[in-house]
Design a protein around this ligand. Structure first.
Ligand code: P1T
Length: 377
């Protein structure tokens, strides 16, 4: 089955009881049991919920995994993955990634005795040099938030496996329609489903997918034992959104490609970061592992004053955190999403005061360009 058919049909089969074509929303905390020890397989809604199970089956199929697990947010999903580790374990992490993931590792997880090395994932030699006998996980994002750098997933997977570690990939920026890391050798995929999987800026949600039974067993245990689960409404909304993911991503990608190419020629823009541009230093690598380049663009305007002026003048691009919805957003990473990354590290990565990040929506591209043009003038 091809992607679009999988997204619309797997986990989305008509309801067995009524024939309802849309999966029902089981807004319940518990299930009646016939007698002690005799029930229909559903006991308590932290442990199982039928709407959640359908969504987990759907997203696992979209990513090409054997099992999926849903969580209350992307960070709850990442935290649960990290709980498969023990004190003394070592993780090699991308130095360029969402600020909240860095904050989770650097201020919380390290207290439990897990150690982290932050490396430039563009260069596999740096990753190889960071491997120690305690390395259990290589964790990356690709494309990265907000610098749009690419990790070579095939190379990272083989390096991880040589070291006896697992490769975990945050696939939020690409979505499973544009990139399926498990097919390239990764072991675990995670998403902030708040973004493209939800797609309408109306929910906070996270998912984890794996292709290994032993990892699935650990995740299932942790999902129930830790309990960072989502409500059924978010799962239901994600099932709804899965049906249009491919159509939305095609439009996000087409709009962003046109806008990135146009911005590259714009006198008021110093630099454009978008993997779909031929000028992106990793364009060929991105093309070799992605089926499209997505809707995220970062641009360098040169100063905080310019960033403030441009974001104030934008009318269709709403100044807000988050990304991946049908409506275009603009964000200032230094003061918003990456505030928890130390200044020196931000500067090393290129997250400057003059950098703004565009989440290009699926509006008419001519209107979006006109809005950018008047704001940049
Ligand atoms: O916000 P939450 O659903 O908990 O997901 C965290 C997260 C994880 N991974 C990536 C790549 C992310 O971008 C995020 C959240 N990011 C934003 C809120 C943002 O505006 O970048």
């Amino acid at each position: 089955m091809k992607f679009a058919t999988t997204a619309i049909h797997v986990g989305q089969e008509p309801d067995e009881l009524t024939g309802a074509v849309t999966v029902p929303l089981y807004q319940t905390s518990t299930y009646a049991q016939e007698e002690i020890g005799k029930h229909k397989g559903w006991e308590y809604a932290r442990t199982q919920n039928p709407t959640r199970s359908r969504w987990e089956a759907c997203v696992a199929a979209m990513e090409g995994g054997i099992a999926g697990y849903a969580f209350g947010s992307g960070l709850a999903a990442i935290d649960t993955i990290m709980r498969t580790l023990s004190s003394g374990d070592h993780v090699i992490m991308a130095e360029d990634m969402y600020g909240g993931t860095f904050r989770l590792a650097n201020t919380i997880l390290q207290k439990s005795g897990i150690t982290f090395s932050y490396v430039d994932m563009r260069n596999m030699d740096h990753v190889r040099a960071a491997v120690t006998p305690a390395t259990k996980m290589i964790y990356t994002e690709t494309p990265t938030n907000p610098m749009m750098t690419i990790t070579d997933l095939r190379a990272a997977a083989s390096l991880a496996h040589e070291a006896g570690a697992l490769l975990v990939v945050d696939n939020t920026f690409a979505s499973p329609y544009l990139q399926r890391p498990l097919e390239l050798g990764a072991d675990i995929v995670v998403h902030s489903a708040t973004k493209y999987l939800g797609g309408h800026s109306d929910l906070v949600h996270g998912v984890v997918i794996t292709r290994h039974q032993h990892v699935a067993d650990q995740l299932a245990y942790l999902q129930n034992a830790v309990g960072a689960v989502p409500g059924p409404m978010e799962c239901w909304l994600c099932l709804r959104s899965a049906k249009t993911l491919h159509v939305r991503m095609d439009r996000h990608s087409a709009n962003a490609q046109a806008i990135a190419e146009w911005l590259e020629q714009h006198a008021a823009v110093q630099h454009v970061y978008y993997p779909g541009l031929k000028s992106h230093p990793q364009h060929a690598l991105a093309a070799s592992q992605m089926d499209g380049f997505g809707g995220m663009i970062s641009i360098e305007l040169g100063s905080l004053e310019r960033a403030v002026a441009v974001t104030k003048k934008l009318q269709l691009f709403c100044l807000a955190e988050s990304l991946g919805g049908v409506e275009s957003l603009v964000c200032h990473p230094v003061s918003m999403t990456h505030g928890s990354v130390p200044k020196a590290q931000r500067e090393k990565l290129g997250i400057t005061d003059g950098l703004i990040r565009l989440s290009v929506g699926i509006e008419d591209v001519a209107d979006l360009m006109a809005d950018l043009d008047q704001a940049l003038a």
